[in-house]
Design a protein. Structure first.
Length: 206
């Protein structure tokens, strides 16, 4: 049993080492320009060992997408459902912390969102759709929107919020921590303006 656990742990470490090596290489280049041999060499494994963990570089890229988005979605979901804190302030603070803790992950997401690797591009689009859907569902559950004219368009409002968050991520990645306070304040205002627009919305004739 101990030996089995040890093998499993060793496999997991190698798996993560390949992901970390790829992410380091992707700091200033696209996934389509990165080779399996480069990643394997950087991770300290032979190329044939790569296939024990990923089917292809595309598969590795999709795993990076999942890794980047999973914890962010959960943390933002928790912020929206926390009644003791302003959800706008909480969400922006979480986004800022996640970006600073995982800058290479977010650079990868923004670059590959419109990149040349189809499977990765589709994975990012799917994650953003899920992000938007979860946000729309959470908004619909809030008492303030019950029977409000905006309720039928909450998915559109959620899409606007997600687009604003992507812009915030891009702006944070372009500056250092010392200059981010104005960006954070502007981000909070952007999201509040969307909320104000939602409150004042009047359904348009179809």
């Amino acid at each position: 049993m101990t030996e089995a656990v040890t093998r499993a742990e060793r496999k997991q470490r190698t798996h993560q080492a390949l992901l970390d090596a790829a992410l380091e290489q992707l700091h200033d280049r696209s996934l389509s320009s990165l080779s399996l041999r480069e990643v394997s060499r950087s991770a300290g494994v032979v190329p044939t060992a790569f296939y024990r963990h990923f089917d292809s570089m595309e598969d590795l890229g999709v795993t990076l997408v999942d890794q980047a988005m999973r914890s962010l979605r959960q943390m933002l979901r928790d912020a929206r459902r926390n009644p003791t804190r302003d959800p706008v302030v909480g969400s922006v603070a979480i986004l800022q912390r996640q970006v600073r803790a995982n800058e290479d992950h977010f650079r990868f997401l923004l670059r590959e969102r419109n990149g040349g690797v189809t499977d990765v591009r589709r994975a990012i689009s799917a994650e953003l759709r899920l992000f938007t859907s979860e946000l729309s569902t959470d908004l619909a559950s809030m008492p303030v929107w019950k029977n409000a004219p905006i309720v039928a368009e909450l998915d559109i409002a959620a899409d606007l919020m997600v687009s604003a968050m992507l812009t915030i991520v891009q702006e944070l990645l372009e500056i250092d921590v010392a200059r981010e306070a104005p960006v954070i304040r502007r981000a909070e205002k952007q999201l509040r303006l969307i909320v104000i627009g939602m409150i004042g919305w009047r359904a348009q004739p179809s």
